[in-house]
Design a binder for this molecule. Sequence first.
Ligand code: ZN
Length: 337
Amino acid sequence: MKRAHKLGALAVTALLTAASPLAAGTAQKSFGGFVPPAGWLPPPLDPAGVQLQTKQLGPGVYALLSNRPPVDNSGFVVGERGVLVIDAHINGTMAMQIQDAVRAVTDKPILYLVNTNAHGDHTFGNYAFPAETQIIAHRKTAAAMHHFEEEKAMLLATVNGDASVFDGVELRLPDVVFEKSMIIDLGGRVVELHHFGHGNTPGDTVVYVPEVKAAWTGNLVLGAASIPWAIEGGTQAYLKTLADMAARLDIETIIPGHVLTTNGDSLSRYLKYLSEHIAEVQAAIRAGKSLDQTLESLPLKEAYLPPADSPLAAARPLMQGFHLWNVKKTYLELSAQ
Ligand SMILES: [Zn+2]
């Protein structure tokens, strides 16, 4: 496990350096009415040439890890009855790569596909799964997926403006929705779906396999050496959601939606970051600082950045940008209260 982690980390150095050249242009774009602050960068999610590497976590439990973080990870769980896949990736080609990885392990049918959030990099591959595969998502995730064209337009910035990434993609909505949690027995192997509240998106879903204490966290926890990104909604709700998750799940391995696998420590890091962040923005508002002054006075602390000499160093500007986004979100949220 240690060795695989290291290899993944090395890959990041080379690949995260390709920060999106569209950043300046997209920085003015509105995201659901929210205009990102200067300095924010869209994460590079272009799947061209990406290989998903299969890593077994326990009997019948597999992570599918992108060899070019932060392009999406995925995974699958095999029981006696069949297979459950976690996230469908960004297009049909990647969705077929997931299915090929399943087929390399088992001939059992793919009974279920879970979308951890509504974003296209987790759902645009839905259409390429067999018709008999039941797609499951949180109710709010399923509702958000109706904004299909808007989502495509939004994701363009993450794929270097290359619309051909979405060639052939059709909207395929979930067949089953849930509200709080759902337990799926695959036959001798149980998978739990949990919604702890609003985090990165309104319908964030955690897929948990208690047998190996592994959690697929989608965008809720983005991976090793990352900070949370309150892309939709606020940091106060995000903090509450993660605190609930930490209290209720015993987690040894996190397979994040993006970046490298990690362990429960990432949750502590996220909780600490969010509570400090909210208190600091609150203090800036009480001190009468404007939004611009607050953005300027609260850069991301070194402790929350990947070390400059680490293989993840190339992700520093991306994390700094997420932080600026969070500062603006929190400032606007707290100012309105
Ligand atoms: Zn994502």
